[in-house]
Design a protein around this ligand. Structure first.
Ligand SMILES: Nc1nc2c(ncn2[C@@H]2O[C@H](COP(=O)(O)OP(=O)(O)OP(=O)(O)O)[C@@H](O)[C@H]2O)c(=O)[nH]1
Length: 324
């Protein structure tokens, strides 16, 4: 991520989403293109189901789409577009249930968001993008560099804080993450911040250590403010494909995740994994990342995502995401 240029106008959001998910939609197109052009029969249904599974959409969704196709088109000619339209509708139906922007409007404030995820998943970048989004909405934002294990993680957040002109509460490497979180919440409260976003370490190698640390952070935050943390946001990297599903299971257990953000949907053909992740976990999807720039994170819009993933043209301008 490299700039702090003003956000790209909202009119181009659909275009960026489409080009971001281009790799995923071309993979689906390729998988479907090999299907024989003949009336729909059992063999072809099986091939279609395999093609959908190969697109990371998950077995449950693949089975549902094929069942619908069988009900509507058995013995009749089907085109790639018939299947893509069904994929888009089915993806939209699943994702509508889970699409929910983070609601930071409630009191008491500061609304405290604990951000968790494995190293490299895009946590720091997502924190900067969220901070920028809230700044645009005139919220006062504070950040806390809670990955106290790695100097680079602290530095990276400080760099973002400087660029965005946002206070970043930090300690030296090796400092206690829970006491940092407590200090940050105290300062955010005293300074009248609306939102506090806390970064955390993502060392999955030491699951017990990670669990203890995250539990302690949550405990001390509660001591300062009973309702905090208000959200525990898990950041997932779409390029890890099905591994993202395992990460959800682990972080649900160690951190009590309340919602998901998925990054790097622009750099992978595995965008379908967000659908499998949402369907399997039932967790709300708060945002997706389709690039490294500050404006490349938006509240999740199910129809726009479904169309971009299926590789069909947006049907209607009203499918722009809410400006919220
Ligand atoms: N293409 C693309 N790159 C992204 C996106 N989100 C983050 N990145 C990049 O992914 C890399 C890792 O992101 P970070 O934000 O540093 O990830 P992190 O989880 O904080 O990683 P650590 O600092 O190692 O803990 C960086 O080079 C980011 O610019 C995205 O949506 N799309």
């Amino acid at each position: 991520m490299s700039d702090t240029a003003p956000p790209t106008p909202k009119t181009s959001w659909l275009g960026r989403l489409k080009s971001g998910l281009g790799l995923s939609s071309s993979k689906l197109s390729e998988n479907l293109a090999v299907l024989t052009k003949r009336p729909l029969d059992d063999d072809m249904l099986e091939e279609i189901e395999d093609a959908l599974i190969a697109s990371d959409l998950g077995p449950a969704m693949a089975a549902r789409i094929t069942a619908k196709l069988a009900a509507e088109k058995y013995d009749r000619q089907v085109t790639d577009m018939d299947i893509k339209l069904l994929v888009a509708d089915e993806v939209e139906a699943v994702m509508t249930k889970v699409a929910r922007p983070l609601d930071i409007t409630a009191f008491p404030r500061p609304h405290t968001i604990l951000v968790v995820g494995v190293n490299g998943s895009g946590k720091t970048t997502t924190i900067a993008k969220l901070a920028h989004l809230y700044q645009e909405q005139d919220y006062r934002v504070m950040l806390a560099a809670g990955d106290t294990f790695r100097a680079a993680a602290i530095e990276q957040l400080k760099v973002w804080g400087d660029r965005l002109n946002i206070d970043v509460i930090h300690k030296d490497v090796g400092g206690d993450a829970a006491s940092l979180a407590y200090d940050a919440l105290t300062q955010a409260w005293e300074l009248g911040s609306d939102v506090l976003i806390i970064d955390t370490a993502g060392r999955l190698q030491n699951k017990q250590g990670l669990m203890d640390e995250l539990a302690k952070i949550k405990r001390v935050l509660k001591r300062r403010m009973e309702s905090a943390p208000h959200d525990v946001l898990l950041v997932l990297d779409a390029t890890t494909g099905q591994n993202a599903l395992t990460q959800i299971d682990v972080f649900k257990e160690v951190a009590g995740v309340t919602g998901l953000a998925m990054t790097k949907l622009d750099g992978t053909a595995r965008g379908g994994v967000l659908v499998a992740a949402a369907e399997r976990s039932g967790l709300p999807v708060h945002a997706i990342g389709v690039g490294e720039k500050l404006g490349d994170l938006r509240p999740f819009d199910p129809r726009a995502f479904a169309e971009a993933l299926a590789g069909i043209a947006p049907t209607d301008a009203k499918h722009q995401p809410p400006a919220s």
